[in-house]
Write a protein that binds this ligand. Structure first.
Ligand SMILES: Cc1ncc(COP(=O)(O)O)c(C=O)c1O
Length: 441
């Protein structure tokens, strides 16, 4: 067996096997001169050859751990009605189980172009640089911030929940001088505070904010904040992780510069991809940077060689893209383009109104005022006497229903009920309300 492995290795590495008359060099015939002078190896030499592992320290090739043996994983039945991930349509799962193809396969390239087109539709943008980053929403956040910000740049970030706060962390790690505005959890970002901060800090280069704060359920006025940033000569970084596909997002009308989202919320895809879009102005800014982007993986000037900015250059390897995950995103986006964005937004609104009415009838109240309440993520205040953990446990174990807990100051006092993408169906509202009634009666 060892001898066979040695022979095989030598064939693969380009040697002539005496007696077999076979010349091999990476699968090609070698020229005659090379045949005479190179790679002649006698069988005895093959027999005496050593493998690198033969020189390994004593014991290094012996197994120390026994192989663990498990049965194949099976997902428990779940209806995902929390803050994400949301329910995934069986068609999306079925396309994801198509055979894996190469990340530069011609069929893959066609699919990638279609994903870019469909993302431009959901983002409502003509931006050439629109594609999904291979990673979760937080990586999309890093892709936007890390590409735009250079050490010492001033970035104003609006905090009104967990994810604005996360953006301050990402920006400081990228070397930004971070300044902030703060709004109470449950309220939208106040554009007046942004304006005051920009007036007080005329050297601000970037403004970052979260359109739909998943930790609180509040929707901010993205158009107003982007306009203020433009008026003060700053570019914008916008988080649309929870808003994209659930409420109107209109990148070109807003004039936003670097925008990221996530596959697992209103796009109703499994987690792990982060659609991003960059304005031409943002791309020019990135290409003119003085310092290279700190992250090689996220450097837009390199990733573009794979996802391509429609420059017509041949596509080349950058990283091995998550092929099957992209197949899923393609199908999820196809479902949205078939339904139409306006109908999708409408469905979220209608289903959410039904849920709010049912919850209010049961005595619950909403944290967020109706004027800026996210239809796709309801933050529900718990009346005294309700055991948050016990109810969520019962929902999961007895009804296969997942809802999310409150975060930070709302831990134990609030639920986050998601009606995102495929979850936003009237039948799901009925199921959750009926289950809650049974548990609480
Ligand atoms: C508004 C917002 N931004 C960013 C993120 C981070 O996304 P991910 O968990 O996919 O990294 C989330 C996740 O829930 C989010 O809701």
């Amino acid at each position: 067996m060892v001898a066979l492995t040695i022979v095989t290795n030598m064939v693969l590495n380009g040697v002539w096997l005496a007696g077999s008359r076979t010349w091999v060099d990476d699968g090609h015939e070698l020229p005659a001169a090379a045949k005479r002078h190179r790679y002649i190896v006698r069988r005895s030499a093959i027999r005496n050859a050593t493998l690198p592992q033969d020189n390994a320290p004593a014991g290094a090739t012996e197994l120390r751990n026994e192989p663990p043996h498990f049965s194949a994983f099976k997902s428990p039945e779940r209806l995902l009605m929390g803050a994400g991930p949301s329910a995934v349509h069986p068609d999306v799962l079925s396309v994801m189980s198509e055979g894996t193809i190469g990340h530069l396969d011609p069929a893959m390239i066609v699919m990638m172009e279609q994903i870019k087109d469909m993302l431009r539709y959901v983002f409502q943008t003509k931006n050439a640089m629109t594609f999904p980053v291979s990673g979760p929403g937080s990586l999309g956040m890093e892709a936007c911030v890390d590409n735009l910000v250079e050490p010492g740049d001033k970035m104003l970030i609006a905090r009104n929940g967990v994810f604005g706060t996360r953006m301050t962390e990402v920006a400081s790690r990228a070397g930004a001088e971070v300044i902030t505005t703060d709004d109470d959890w449950g309220r939208p970002v106040d554009p007046k505070k942004i304006e005051e901060a920009l007036k007080a800090n005329p050297d601000t280069k970037f403004v970052g904010f979260v359109h739909a704060e998943t930790s609180t359920g509040a929707l901010s006025d993205a158009a107003a904040i982007c306009r203020l940033a433009q008026d003060h000569g700053a570019m914008t970084v916008v988080d649309t992780v929870t808003s994209l596909g659930g409420v109107p997002v209109s990148i070109d009308v807003w004039g936003a510069d670097a925008v990221y989202s996530g596959s697992q919320k209103c796009l109703s895809c499994p987690p792990g991809l982060s659609p991003v879009t960059f304005s031409d102005k943002a791309v020019e800014h990135i290409l003119a940077r003085k310092h290279p982007v700190q992250s090689w993986l996220l450097d837009l000037s390199l990733v573009a060689a794979y996802w391509q900015d429609n420059s017509g250059k041949p596509r080349v390897y950058h990283h091995t893209a998550p092929v099957n995950a992209l197949m899923g995103l393609h199908e999820a986006l196809r479902r949205i383009t078939d339904e139409g964005l306006e109908a999708t937004w409408d469905r979220h609104r209608t289903v959410s109104a039904k849920m709010v009415a049912g919850l209010e009838e049961m005595g619950f109240s909403m944290l967020v005022d109706e004027a800026y309440r996210l239809p796709q993520l309801l933050t529900v205040l718990l009346p005294d006497g309700i055991d948050d953990g016990a109810v969520r446990k019962a929902l999961l174990e007895d009804y296969h229903l997942e809802i999310s807990a409150g975060l930070g100051q709302f831990a134990g006092k609030m639920w986050r009920i998601g009606l995102m993408g495929e979850t936003a169906r009237e039948a799901n509202v009925d199921k959750l309300l009926a289950a809650l009634k049974e548990i609480l009666d």
